[in-house]
Design a protein around this ligand. Structure first.
Ligand code: PFF
Length: 446
């Protein structure tokens, strides 16, 4: 059975795949801009607490369910449910997760397509194809549609190849490259005038903001989105982990990698913005806040690269390669959720499922591309602000209130025989039962 479903071949492979899912546009784009508009290090501080106190326990819930059930979210949640009425809820939660993650992928692939287009632009200029370069960075429906298709084709290609030969192989190549590019870019930006002002804006805390409810909501949303929680991604990756692995340890490594890369990305984006300011680029919006939305990545940073001459082209390629890699290792984890379900539940061939479901999601993306204004924000808000935290809550409730405590301990003990006496087991069950649900609801109703 395990061999049929696929399994990560090593701890490194799992870590690259799971941190690849977690590290995405949310880290490199979302986190630094959230920090900049929410009091710098005050946000960082709150985010760190929420990530480890709320998101990490929720991540562990998904990994443990996944590895126990060795199945997709629908089948896994059903297997934990003792009664038909609860099984019904399980199926519903699993399905809403599948729909939510598919919709997340449908908007994520649009933004990822932009990253891909910006990646190719400097090459076109180098070849003297300036008209093509201009077309690549002009916000047209045709460009967006074409690049959604290219990006989704890459995602489908990797998922078709399976867990070990697709997800693990590509994540193990792409994630170390991402790290190297990120560090090199930080080192380079630090040498430029203006960078230190950006560092200050990022790292000097404005603690007057910490009591602001918006900061809490933003930090929790960021933590859930960033760790890919609630939609069954981590559950399905958990289902491919070997029974020999120590779950609390590898879960905390994933959280550490995710948070670490978000913090590092802040060291790149904010200094880069202030370097842009130094070079005469407008980095503040009409309200005096830092430009944060799409404008940051597709206007402020490209404007900065343009002021840097030939080296600007190299930096632009490196930066958009970074963004594309971050997107791709996340998008594959999203497509894996509905694909695994169709393969396991309906007996579909993996390749066919990946192509069929991928095509359907691409179609939804194209509908959004051609109806951008009414649809894009709506889909983002519905999926990430409403659906994801609520689903995360249900996962916690299933583990803490429905599943049998001994069975959970038994699962954790595999790969971690002395789990019972460890710190994790002393704290986590209480957390997942009381603190996480109450905190998620409290922040949700803010
Ligand atoms: N964690 C990704 C990011 O930070 O960009 C986004 C994401 C991936 C969300 C996978 C949901 C998901 F299932």
């Amino acid at each position: 059975m395990a061999a049929d479903r696929g399994e990560f071949s090593s701890r490194f492979g799992f870590l690259m795949a799971a941190s690849g899912s977690a590290v995405g546009l949310g880290n490199i784009w979302g986190f630094p801009t959230n920090a900049a508009s929410n009091g710098g290090a005050a946000f960082l501080f709150t985010y760190l607490i929420l990530a480890f106190a709320l998101a990490y326990p929720a991540l562990m819930a998904e990994l443990i369910i996944g590895r126990y059930a060795r199945a997709n979210a629908v089948t896994a949640l059903k297997s934990l449910s003792p009664r038909p009425s609860i099984k019904l809820v399980a199926v519903l939660v699993g399905f809403v997760g599948i729909v939510t993650v598919s919709l997340i992928l449908s908007f994520y692939s649009i933004v990822s397509g932009w990253m891909l287009a910006y990646f190719f632009e400097p090459f076109m200029r180098l070849l003297g194809l300036n008209a093509v370069g201009d077309w690549l960075v002009a916000d047209t429906e045709l460009r967006n549609a074409l690049f959604v298709i290219v990006f989704m084709a890459l995602t489908i290609y990797i998922i078709s190849a399976g867990v070990k030969d697709g997800i693990e192989k590509w994540a193990s190549r792409l994630m170390p490259s991402l790290f190297v590019i990120l560090v090199l870019l930080i080192l380079y930006v630090f040498t430029l005038p203006g960078a230190m002002a950006g560092l200050k804006a990022y790292l000097l805390p404005d603690f007057s903001r910490i009591a602001n409810p918006q900061l809490l909501v933003d930090a929790m949303g960021q933590a859930f989105f960033s760790l890919s929680l609630g939609v069954g991604t981590m559950l399905i990756y958990g289902s491919y982990i070997s029974k020999k692995e120590n779950l609390p340890t590898i879960g905390s490594l994933v959280a550490l990698l995710d948070v670490g890369i978000a913090v590092l990305a802040g060291l790149l984006i904010l200094p880069a913005m202030y370097v842009a300011l130094e070079n005469g680029v407008q980095i503040f919006d009409a309200n005096g806040g830092l430009v944060a939305g799409p404008g940051l990545i597709i206007s402020v940073l490209p404007a900065l690269f343009n002021t840097m001459g030939i080296i600007g082209g190299v930096v632009a390629v490196a930066f958009f390669a970074l963004m594309t890699i971050a997107s791709l290792t996340s998008s594959i984890s999203m497509l894996e959720v509905p694909v695994a379900y169709s393969v396991e539940h309906h007996g579909l061939d993996r390749r066919r499922a990946a192509v069929g479901i991928g095509a359907l999601i691409t179609f939804i993306s194209l509908v959004i591309v051609y109806n951008f204004d009414p649809m894009f924000d709506l889909v983002v808000t519905y999926t990430t602000e409403y659906s994801q935290p609520l689903l995360g809550l249900f996962f916690c409730l299933f583990v803490a209130w429905i599943w049998n405590r001994n069975a959970i301990l038994e699962e954790i003990r595999q790969g971690c025989p002395d789990a019972e006496s460890g710190l994790f087991w002393k704290i986590w069950p209480f957390y997942i039962k009381y603190i996480c649900p109450v905190a998620i609801l409290a922040v949700y109703f803010q």
